[in-house]
Design a binder for this molecule. Structure first.
Ligand SMILES: *Cc1c(COP(=O)(O)O)cnc(C)c1O
Length: 340
């Protein structure tokens, strides 16, 4: 049932639903299509990529020869001409498109054209945006790409896990790479939960939800900009944004801790060309899927952005922070977590 629903949801020729999580799913893809030492072109980690896209401490960077593209320093956006330039120079066996901290849409078709020029596999990791693609709000790489992986626990709003989608010609290799290549027996409990999540995502309400997630993110980004914050790339096309805190006189870790104190969960994040170290990077990553699930709309997203600005401005003031925390709590009580 999980396979049937995922195939319908993404229009994929083949789906493997057994991958345990995003990183093991990516490992299976490399294992299926590459040999150790093969060259892969992916997005640099501190420009929005993921550990499993070739970071030197990760298995991917240890086993494979990763070369990386970046975002443009001025615009914060991936420059596809640069991607092509690097691809022509490096001749990778695989081109990887996907991210954990990038707020702009990717040009899947252009990636495919570039990959065809150098005869490389196309691999999309849509872990962050799969729900927005399933909800028909963002373009899908599935028609263009050889292989697509996604986690099931981010915007897809399901259990911790992952799936691999691919063209029929790679079905055997992918399935074999997962089992017996990487994993043992299937985690049936999680597979059942994946089927439930895909069933929810197939409902028309999920399109409405996905649309609202993006509207909320855009409202939040807009309000943060009104309050003097700098958003990497100037805004968002999806559910997330990365705030560059450099002009606010604090780094990501301190902002994350202050916001935690008022009940707002965020994640410290690197920014492109970050002058600070990865454990205390200059940015903060925010997303709107959770507040949207509670039924919040643009007005609430703007309110939260205001409280983020207030909390950061009054970070030394315990009384102010306590007042903001009270407001956050009241809002959460107005929008309880739906029971179904
Ligand atoms: C979160 C994420 C993963 C890894 O997911 P895990 O389930 O935590 O292993 C892989 N790729 C991208 C792009 C991600 O954002």
């Amino acid at each position: 049932m999980a396979i049937d629903r995922a195939r319908e949801l993404f229009g994929a020729e083949h789906v493997n639903v057994q991958a345990l999580s995003g990183s093991p799913a990516n490992a299976a893809v490399y294992f299926a299509l590459l040999k150790p030492g093969d060259k892969v072109l992916g997005l640099k980690l501190d420009h929005g990529g993921h550990l499993s896209h070739g970071h030197p401490v990760n298995f991917s960077g240890i086993l494979y020869d990763f070369v990386q593209y970046e975002v443009d320093k001025e615009s914060g956006v991936i420059d596809m001409e640069k991607v092509r330039e690097i691809a022509l120079r490096e001749k990778p066996k695989m081109i990887l498109a996907g991210f954990s901290a990038y707020s702009r849409s990717l040009d899947w078709k252009r990636f495919k054209e570039i990959a065809d020029e150098v005869d490389a596999y196309t691999f999309a990791d849509i872990a962050h945006i799969a729900g927005l693609i399933a909800g028909k709000q963002l373009e899908s790489p599935v028609p263009f790409f050889d292989v697509v992986t996604t986690t099931t626990h981010k915007t897809l709003r399901g259990p911790r896990g992952a799936i691999i989608l691919c063209k029929a010609e790679y079905a055997k290799q992918i399935d074999r790479a997962v089992f017996p290549g990487m994993q043992g027996g299937p985690h049936d409990n999680v597979t059942a939960a994946k089927a439930v999540a895909f069933g929810e995502a197939l409902k028309p309400e999920f399109c409405e939800y996905s649309k609202q997630v993006i509207l909320n993110a855009q409202a939040m980004a807009d309000e943060l900009i009104n309050r003097g914050f700098e958003i990497v790339s100037g805004g968002t096309d999806n559910h997330l944004m990365v705030v560059n805190l450099a002009n606010k006189g604090l780094a990501g870790k301190e902002a994350e801790v202050v916001l935690d104190r008022v009940g707002i969960s965020t994640s410290r994040s690197t920014i492109p060309f970050d002058p600070n170290p990865p454990m205390n990077p200059s940015g903060l990553r925010l997303g709107t899927p959770a507040i949207t699930t509670r039924g919040m709309k643009e007005g609430e997203a703007r309110k939260i952005a205001g409280w983020i600005a207030d909390a950061i401005a009054s970070r030394g003031n315990d009384n102010e922070l306590a007042l903001i925390k009270e407001k956050v709590k009241e809002l959460c009580e107005q929008f309880p977590i739906p029971s179904k």
